[in-house]
Write a protein that binds this ligand. Structure first.
Ligand code: SF4
Length: 339
């Protein structure tokens, strides 16, 4: 096991401290250019969804790989984009997961560093409290405690499942403490790396937006209009309706801030929790969610009944695009949410 492969562990943090290099030297010394370039690559990986592998061949290259992690955290903090932070934590955790595929004997020690204490040599027994802590952010039903066999406080996971739990624990740890509080002169010293990253971030956001121009409330389909009316009246929307509304509004170019603030009339409005949920749907976890099609809306009781245009479309976004066409011409070819 190479410690530089898992730079978020306590051992790695200790190795960085022991190396004793100042942040200033990482920012300015020519000999650390490779560290800065690799840190930038890590952030680019957050933008593209996958951090490229590096295979250090020497001690110096391993050190460079190790030091690039704290520097990438500094870069990410300078960029100051909430969604990018979450994408970054996920991309780092996915890189760790890929590297874990080559581990066997060192798995338990790595897991322990992440707060999971597996027993046995695989399949592993894990105490339910550690399991809950590690798995609580995992959405698939198979991770629910009620779907696992529990015996005397322990449950069994396969080696692959242990690695997934470790990936999730790593993601949470990487996200913890971000953004760092970074002084402006430090960000300024990294500008040559930050500027291209900023451009890539803007390009990513532009790609992910469906270019429908300004929001036209008059073109909203009946389902979305009803949900907005309910929200304005303080009605607490069901989860499926809330998801449909948020994903629809984000698709038509409303910002996370705008969508979050819509809910401040809800009886259970919790700004942080709402923002987290909106960011998640906006793509913070790596998946930018699309609103459900009409058939799904109807299944969940979120279709208030069709009007004439509804009968000719199969997706609320198609309704909006068609209606929008009667307000003003579309500037771009319609992206495919299917009619
Ligand atoms: S048919 Fe589709 S677009 Fe029309 S109200 Fe129902 S869900 Fe909305």
């Amino acid at each position: 096991m190479r410690i530089s492969d898992y730079p978020f562990t306590e051992d790695a943090a200790g190795a960085v401290r022991e190396a004793g290099y100042s942040l200033e030297s990482l920012l300015t010394k020519t000999s650390f250019k490779a560290v800065r370039s690799r840190a930038m690559q890590r952030v680019e990986g957050a933008l593209s969804g996958s951090i490229s592998e590096s295979s250090p061949q020497s001690q110096a290259e391993s050190l460079s790989e190790l030091l690039s992690y704290p520097l990438a955290r500094v870069m990410i903090s300078c960029l100051g984009d909430e969604i990018l932070l979450r994408r970054y934590a996920l991309a780092e955790a996915k890189l760790a997961f890929r590297r874990l595929q080559g581990e066997k004997d060192s798995l338990p020690a790595l897991a322990e560093d992440l707060g999971i204490y597996p027993q046995g040599r695989g399949p592993y027994k894990i105490h339910f409290s550690e399991y809950i802590r590690a798995a609580h952010g995992m959405k698939s039903p198979k991770w629910k405690l009620t779907n696992r066999d529990l015996s005397q406080g322990y449950l069994t996971v396969t080696e692959e499942e242990l690695k997934r739990l470790m990936e999730e624990a790593a993601r949470v740890r990487i996200l913890k403490g971000l953004p760092l509080s970074v002084d402006e002169p430090i960000c300024a010293a990294l500008e040559e790396y930050l500027q291209p990253l900023r451009e890539q971030l803007e390009a990513l956001k532009a790609r992910e937006r469906v270019d429908l121009g300004a929001v036209e409330e008059g073109a909203f389909p009946p389902c979305i209009k009803r949900m907005l009316t309910d929200v304005a009246r303080g009605v607490n929307l069901a989860h499926s309706a809330r998801f449909a509304l948020v994903s629809f509004l984000l698709q038509i170019n409303m910002t996370v801030d705008e969508v979050t603030s819509l809910f401040n009339t809800s009886p259970d409005f919790d700004p942080e929790r709402t923002r987290y949920q909106v960011e998640h749907i906006a793509g913070a976890s790596g998946t930018r969610y699309k609103p459900p099609a009409c058939a799904t809306m109807a299944t969940y009781g979120n279709c208030p009944g069709e009007d004439e245009l509804c009968r000719r479309i199969r997706h609320p976004l198609s309704y909006y695009r068609r209606r929008l066409g009667t307000f003003r011409p579309l500037s771009q070819k319609e992206p495919g949410a299917g009619t």
